[in-house]
Design a protein. Structure first.
Length: 482
């Protein structure tokens, strides 16, 4: 299995949140750059900087330059440019909200969005797109019941004669808004952490969890959004599927994904209650991994987001702690004596953790950190990235072992001299070609150069601090791999 995750969960939900925030006003650069590769975008940035430096008081030039930096993954630079003028135009406001959302500054993203909606009460596009952004914010802050506001707005627009094509969106919204109680509720009591030992580390880590009291095996995969449960198991447990939507998986293949919930998800010594669940043929998709036992679930990003989570590959364990300062101190103590590297990350869409990194000689890349690529490769890259770096396009072969959530897809390999995220680098690793289709390159409206995965990550005890948007990598001083 190469990919077992929704590449761009919002492919089916294209109107939600950051992809379409305020669509009335678009800069010229935003309209024309999404066919560019990174080299062409760098040229556009150079030209825009010349124009901006010649007329720094020109707001349009400033917004155009900030937008190009955003699209290139220079998020802090874009923020510095747009911060002084974000309330001067819809294009500036749109970009500011996108950036605050990526940084996890949800309070500020919400406040700016609400102000834009207040300032434009009769603009239906802004009202709808703004409400969709609020939906994404509610999702990450576990305020699912407030998503009913989005449903109400859609109904009001339709009642007034508005024509909306929201296939997949309404199902998603109805599912989330049905959580009248807080999702992912947990009572830590006197427990300071819970540890789930790996049953296996390769080709992907496996842990035992309990779903509604039933013990099952689950892989850990940060390429997924909500907790994912095997379709057949969901049926045997009598779970009601509230809706089903097509989702895009590895190789660009699609599969129907159900939406439901479970009462409890037990992870070692603690239990989450009222848990959102997506259903997929997990067992069939993972058969090729040859564990010798069935895999029936996926512990994915939005589950890990409830914790200060450490995926400790060398020691073969998943450690979950509450999101507190004391827990961060415990991570620091755990990593004492190790070589520690911190890497900032940005959370795009609902689950895509993006980092800046290096591929061969190019040090300005943007990668999706998805731990679920069960392959000897440390990175997967689309054709645009290979062409930009002058890497020969490898031949691909359709092999049933190369499976994602949508089925088998053609795959090939290429050599990588240097691969890094932040200051963390590895040499002479393998790359995969085929899992990431050309559409993934611009799927987030900024360039996604590749996907970092298991065979890069497995050297480290990898802690994901969602609160501070930083990944903490701890490695043995000897570099020994578990």
């Amino acid at each position: 299995m190469k990919h077992l995750f929704p590449i761009g969960l919002l492919v089916a939900l294209g109107i939600i949140g950051v992809i379409l925030l305020f669509t009335v006003s678009r800069t010229l650069s935003a309209q024309t750059t999404t066919t560019m590769n990174r080299g062409q975008l760098q040229e556009a940035i150079a030209q825009a900087e010349t124009a901006f430096n010649a007329a720094p008081e020109n707001l349009d030039q400033r917004v155009a330059l900030a937008t190009l930096h955003y699209q290139s993954g220079h998020f802090e630079t874009a923020h510095d440019l747009i911060e002084p003028v974000y309330n001067t135009s819809l294009a500036a406001t749109e970009l500011m909200v996108k950036l605050e959302y990526l940084f996890g500054h949800y309070d500020r993203a919400e406040a700016i969005t609400r102000q834009a909606m207040t300032d434009n009460p009769l603009n239906i596009e802004i009202q709808l797109a703004g409400q969709m952004m609020l939906t994404n914010i509610y999702y990450h802050t576990n305020r699912f019941a407030q998503i009913q506001d989005s449903i109400n707005l859609i109904q009001q627009i339709r009642a007034a004669g508005g024509q909306l094509d929201l296939r997949g969106v309404e199902e998603w919204l109805t599912w989330l808004s049905s959580f009248s109680d807080s999702p992912y509720s947990v009572n830590w009591g006197t427990v300071e952490q819970t540890v789930l030992p790996f049953l296996a580390t390769d080709p992907l880590p496996v842990v035992t969890v309990e779903v509604n009291g039933i013990a099952i095996n689950a892989i850990i995969d940060t390429g997924g959004a909500a907790f994912i449960l095997d379709t057949a198991l969901a049926a045997s447990l009598g779970l009601e599927i509230s809706a089903s939507m097509p989702q895009t998986y590895g190789g660009g293949l699609q599969a129907d994904t159900g939406l439901t919930r479970i009462d409890s998800l037990t992870l070692g010594d603690i239990t989450l209650h009222n848990v959102p669940v997506m259903t997929l043929g997990v067992t069939e998709a993972t058969n090729g991994l040859q564990y010798g036992y069935p895999i029936q679930a996926i512990v994915s990003t939005n589950v890990l987001e409830q914790f200060l989570a450490t995926i400790d590959y060398p020691s073969g364990r998943l450690i979950l702690r509450p999101k507190t300062d004391a827990a961060l101190d415990a991570v620091q103590q755990q990593n004492a004596g190790s070589v520690v590297t911190e890497v900032p990350f940005y959370l795009a869409d609902v689950h895509q953790m993006m980092v800046k990194g290096t591929l061969n000689t190019e040090q300005d890349m943007t990668f999706f950190v998805d731990s679920g690529l069960a392959h000897a490769a440390a990175i997967s890259a689309p054709i645009q990235t290979l062409e930009y770096l002058g890497i020969p396009i490898p031949e691909t072969v359709l092999d049933e072992a190369n499976r994602g959530g949508g089925g088998a897809f053609p795959s090939g390999s290429f050599s990588v001299d240097v691969l890094g995220i932040g200051s963390l680098q590895q040499e002479n690793v393998l790359g995969e070609y085929g899992a990431m289709t050309p559409e993934t390159y611009w799927a987030n409206d900024f360039i996604q150069d590749g996907l970092i995965s298991h065979n890069f990550l497995r050297r480290y005890a990898w802690t994901i601090d969602f609160t501070n948007r930083v990944m903490i990598f701890a490695e043995s001083p000897s570099g020994q791999i578990g």
